[in-house]
Ligand binder design. Structure first.
Ligand SMILES: C[S@@+](CC[C@H](N)C(=O)[O-])C[C@H]1O[C@@H](n2cnc3c(N)ncnc32)[C@H](O)[C@@H]1O
Length: 250
């Protein structure tokens, strides 16, 4: 994952987001730090599907700024470990939420085999070309029977034009095959629920507006904004859809 636009989107903007949250206040942190389009509705579905409870060892692979893990820790009392390859995102997650963060690539997870109960990987698969290795590593670190919660953007079978740099969207069949090959049974899949509470969207938007006001003249901001526009165009054209999946280590 070396595209400059992805570094801009996942590293520079991550750091700017944390700065803006520090200025605006704690109640902005979780909505602004959910950067894979997870909403409270989507997170609640994943949390219930994966049967999160106090003490669940949750590994969040490609955790970004840490919003989903912080949400799970706050609402369910889980003990998350965040894994993320972008240094500024790691610092942002650590300073905003005080959660343990490992700076690492999901294709080589520096964690013992069979040591986590649940793994989440939200909005990450499409940013990784070698999806098999990523999924095999997640499978390795899960306990037998452990749950996998995925938020995945999939291609809807049409030819995709003007992709965001560095993104590779699997089709449904490709995704099914990848999960089966990695050793996961898919227990359930739904389209990501569209409803997001207004108070959540407004807080996320306020942080985004502050980041724009402060950094819009920066090249990295322009690159990240172009990524967002391309993604939005593909969704608007019906070429992509966002899915939630609950899998289990077979
Ligand atoms: C769309 S963001 C989602 C962040 C977070 N999961 C969330 O929902 O807020 C995708 C994340 O995947 C991370 N990522 C990309 N390639 C990765 C890899 N090989 N291993 C682990 N994470 C990766 C990026 O750095 C970025 O933080």
């Amino acid at each position: 994952m070396t595209a400059a636009a992805m570094v801009a989107e996942f590293d520079d903007v991550a750091g700017w987001t944390a700065d803006a949250v520090r200025q605006l206040g704690d109640r902005y942190a979780i909505p602004a730090a959910c950067r894979g389009s997870a909403s409270p509705t989507a997170l609640a579905w994943l949390a219930e599907a994966c049967e999160l409870s106090a003490g669940t060892r949750l590994l969040d692979v490609g955790a970004g700024v840490g919003g989903p893990s912080a949400w799970a820790a706050e609402r369910f009392g889980v003990s998350p470990i965040l894994l993320e390859p972008m240094p500024a995102a790691c610092r942002a997650a650590s300073t905003l939420f005080g959660l343990p963060v490992v700076l690492a690539d999901g294709r080589r997870i520096p964690i013992r085999t069979a040591s986590v109960d649940v793994a989440w990987c939200l909005g990450v698969l499409c940013t990784v070309e070698d999806k098999s290795t990523l999924l095999s590593e997640i499978h390795r670190v899960l306990v037998p029977g452990g749950s996998l919660g995925l938020l995945v953007v999939i291609a809807q079978g049409k030819q995709l034009r003007k992709l965001p740099d560095g993104n590779h969207f699997p089709g449904q069949h490709e995704l099914d095959a990848l999960l089966a090959e990695a050793g996961f049974d898919v227990l359930e899949q739904i389209e990501r629920p569209a409803d997001v509470p207004r108070s959540w969207s407004l807080r996320a938007a306020e942080v985004a507006a502050m980041v724009e006001a402060r950094h819009s003249s920066h090249t990295a901001y322009a690159l990240a904004a172009r990524q967002g526009r391309r993604l939005a165009d593909l969704f608007d054209g019906g070429q992509l859809s966002m899915q939630l999946i609950h899998g289990r280590k077979a």
